[in-house]
Design a protein around this ligand. Structure first.
Ligand SMILES: *[C@@H]1O[C@H](CO)[C@@H](O)[C@H](O)[C@H]1NC(C)=O
Ligand SMILES: *[C@@H]1O[C@H](CO)[C@@H](O)[C@H](O)[C@H]1NC(C)=O
Ligand SMILES: *[C@@H]1O[C@H](CO)[C@@H](O)[C@H](O)[C@H]1NC(C)=O
Ligand SMILES: *[C@@H]1O[C@H](CO)[C@@H](O)[C@H](O)[C@H]1NC(C)=O
Ligand SMILES: *[C@@H]1O[C@H](CO)[C@@H](O)[C@H](O)[C@H]1NC(C)=O
Ligand SMILES: *[C@@H]1O[C@H](CO)[C@@H](O)[C@H](O)[C@H]1NC(C)=O
Length: 695
């Protein structure tokens, strides 16, 4: 990191400390250590492990055919869970290891693992048990481990003798990846550096591997698992490495190790309340989890905070500059591996208008890559870094700036691998610009309905994967965020595809900003019409269930390759996709709905499952729609499918009106307090012509 980044880090750090006094207390449960070489001071050795010249050897050459296993553990327990708030830690670790076999010997040992364990004394057996599992009591030891496995043990379903895998309480890996894919041979004897990042908010664990001298973290992880480890975290856990041999002379070394954990939250008032904010919300609330990893500095910070209050901003600035300078120097001198944190700190930032103007060639029309309700989207190329981005330029003046900034502060703190990441924003010259990561393939509808096949065809596994990704991010927005976010505008053109054809949901939250200018109803076009739930058309009130409906429509589009509302081929009748699929379902021929262009290259069970999920989400009765979490479980085969009635349920709003007109007005007004936009829509909603929904 250069000194500018250091300073930026410090600034964020300071603003966080000063404006959010509660976050300081959480530093006690964050841990950071860095061992350029290993020493006995902080480590305990179990089994056959030993320390020599700052390097830990996990196993000994016991002489064939006997075997060896050993473990090294960081002596202090580390907090991973706060039982009063149920908040759990994120962590990031980096270490270098080497697995060596004598020349000319093809038989190999077993490999090593990095693990988290609830205790500091369990040692596993030698042989195929990686020093993690006791061979006589296979289920006794509890652990979360990343294995670097150099032996094919078929009874543990190993894919080959050169893989990484995530193991929880068992050596049957939850997911594995073949290291040869990235040209790494674990047994080669070279020094291999591994990075393991677990991001709690994203429920995601990534493992990166590099064999190169440069020690640079690769861009792509070798192993990427969506998993909520909080289910397995204990309040405190021990960290370490284990290794084993199996009648061989394989040697296992760990040469250096750094680790940081952060993110355990203590009870605190909700920050960034979007509905009652001052203009400087964004500046005050970076809304990004800042690792409070510099525990012993907190006392200083507190004092500084006090001084600031007393002596005013001038003193604050000078202290900040001096302290910043000193810290930068100190930081540079210390061998602290800040790269780990740097990667976790890349949150949205403010861009200058000039910067964006230059990057988009003066908002040149040739740079336009899309149009949306929000305005035009330009491709931006930042010459200095060579980075590309997509810049959304609003065509509306944003007088409700406060509201916008509040909304932005929510968007800015969302983190999920299936969201288009917001890189920054710019509010200048009465214009509003949002900077997003550039998505090379554009949106799902473009790829799905393209004529020329320019980008290649969306194969079934891509389509299924998009449905899973979209369910995952919606479950996150609806149920896992600190504050529930309703997207309000889910449609195929808002689902982007990244370089690996993963779904990336875009434009979240913006729907609400738009409401300020236009009521949702007036934005209705034939295109978005098909995505709107009946009760939304009726009452204009967006809920998580209206998002589920739109999701169902997108899923049906993915399966059928048809738009939500399409003109009958050769005719003039408009066909509603949901009705069409439901009709096939009634006839017991739901699989006939599948996109003919797939040429039967798909798994019929998956097709059936996805179509039924689509229908159950698009149920006219909002009560019957599943939650996004349930959908995700079904798609991941963790939950049973939902029975879909043979006939599409009919809804009659006039008969079973859940609310009286007064109630609707009142509830809209209630909303109003939270949602200034509702005002504009209230009137419009009530004047929407009643849409008949019949079976
Ligand atoms: C870790 O050890 C390897 C091998 O000895 C070395 O190449 C690397 O530079 C070390 N990394 C750090 C951060 O000390
Ligand atoms: C390592 O042990 C020493 C001595 O016990 C202690 O002062 C130091 O804080 C420990 N380091 C870490 C990272 O726990
Ligand atoms: C934490 O989780 C436990 C078990 O799931 C639950 O019983 C408890 O009520 C939760 N506490 C809070 C504060 O959410
Ligand atoms: C495990 O932790 C306990 C409590 O901190 C300590 O007394 C014991 O010595 C530790 N055992 C090992 C093998 O480090
Ligand atoms: C496995 O468990 C048994 C029974 O508790 C114990 O005797 C043995 O030492 C354990 N093995 C290892 C390697 O810890
Ligand atoms: C907004 O905050 C101010 C001061 O913090 C408070 O007086 C006011 O009641 C709040 N308004 C709402 C609608 O919560």
């Amino acid at each position: 990191m250069n000194s500018r980044n250091h300073l930026a880090f410090l600034l964020i750090f300071f603003t966080t400390i000063i404006f959010h006094p509660y976050t300081t207390s959480s530093s006690s449960s964050s841990t950071t250590f860095h061992f350029p070489t290993l020493s006995l001071q902080n480590l305990s050795l179990l089994g056959d492990s030993y320390l020599r010249n700052g390097v830990v050897g996990l196993t000994r050459d016991t002489g064939v055919p006997s075997s060896s296993s050993g473990t090294v553990i960081f002596t202090s327990p580390i907090t991973f869970l706060n039982p009063t708030t149920n908040s759990t830690a994120s962590f990031s670790t980096k270490f270098t290891f080497s697995i060596q076999n004598p020349k000319g010997i093809s038989s190999s040992g077993d490999g090593i693992s990095f693990f988290l364990s609830p205790n500091n004394h369990s040692l596993g057996s030698p042989g195929g048990f990686l020093g993690l599992v006791n061979s006589t009591q296979l289920t006794k030891n509890k652990f979360i481990a990343i294995e670097f496995d150099t032996r094919l043990d078929t009874h543990f379903n190993d894919p080959n003798d050169n893989h990484v895998g995530l193991d929880i309480n068992s050596l049957n890996s939850i997911k594995t990846a073949d290291c040869s894919l990235i040209g790494i041979d674990l047994k080669s004897g070279s020094y291999i550096t591994a990075w393991i990042d677990y991001w709690h908010d994203g429920n995601n664990l990534k493992v990166f591997l590099s064999e190169s001298e440069s020690n640079k973290k690769p861009i792509y992880p070798i192993l990427d698992v969506d998993i909520d480890l909080s289910l397995y975290f204990q309040e405190v856990m021990y960290l370490g490495f284990s290794g084993s041999t199996e009648g061989s002379t394989e040697k296992h070394f760990v040469t250096n190790w750094s680790f940081t954990s952060f993110g355990i939250r203590h009870p605190k008032p909700r920050i960034g309340n979007p509905h009652n904010v001052s203009d400087d919300t964004v500046a005050k609330n970076p809304a990004i989890e800042v690792p409070n990893n510099v525990g012993d500095r907190n006392k200083k910070h507190k004092k500084i905070g006090l001084a600031v209050g007393v002596l005013g901003p001038v003193f604050f600035c000078s202290v900040l500059v001096v302290f910043g300078y000193v810290s930068v120097k100190k930081w540079r001198e210390s061998k602290m591996d800040m790269n780990i944190q740097a990667e976790l700190l890349t949150g949205p930032k403010q861009f200058s208008y000039k910067e964006l103007k230059v990057a988009t060639n003066g908002f040149h029309s040739g740079r336009i890559i899309g149009h949306g309700a929000f305005g035009s989207v330009y491709k931006a190329v930042f010459v200095s870094s060579g980075a590309t981005a997509a810049v959304k330029r609003s065509k509306h003046s944003h007088e409700g700036k406060t509201e916008f900034l509040a909304e932005l502060s929510i968007i800015a703190c969302l983190r999920h691998k299936n969201l288009v990441p917001l890189q920054g924003w710019c509010v200048e010259k009465g214009e509003l610009l949002l900077v997003y990561e550039y998505m090379p393939y554009g949106s799902v509808d473009k790829v799905l309905y393209q004529e020329s096949g320019h980008w290649g065809f969306l194969k079934w596994n891509h389509r299924y994967n998009i449905a899973v990704g979209l369910a995952s991010v919606l479950a996150y927005l609806h149920q896992e965020c600190e504050q529930q976010v309703i997207h309000r505008d889910i449609k195929a053109s808002n689902v982007m595809l990244d370089a690996n054809f993963n779904a990336r949901l875009g434009d979240f939250g913006l729907a609400r900003i738009m409401d300020h200018d236009k009521s949702p109803v007036s934005t209705l076009t034939a295109g978005t019409m098909g995505y709107l739930a009946p009760e939304y058309l009726q009452y204009g009130k967006a809920t998580d269930k209206t998002d589920v409906f739109s999701y169902g429509v997108v899923v049906l589009e993915l399966c059928c390759g048809r738009r939500p509302i399409e003109r009958e081929p050769g005719g003039h009748k408009m066909i509603n996709l949901v009705d069409w699929v439901w009709e096939l379902h009634s006839k017991g021929a739901i699989c006939d709905a599948v996109d003919k262009r797939l040429n039967k290259e798909f798994d019929p069970d998956e097709v059936r499952k996805l179509l039924l999920v689509g229908l159950s989400c698009a149920n006219p009765d909002s009560e019957k729609r599943p939650s996004m979490r349930r959908v995700l479980q079904i798609l991941n085969n963790e939950s049973d499918e939902i029975a879909v009635p043979k006939m599409k349920p009919t809804l009659s709003f006039s008969n079973s009106l859940p609310l009286s007109i007064e109630d609707i007005i009142v509830s809209s007004l209630d909303d109003d307090e939270e949602d200034a936009s509702a005002k504009a829509s209230t009137n419009a909603n009530l004047t929407v012509p009643v849409i008949r929904i019949d079976g």
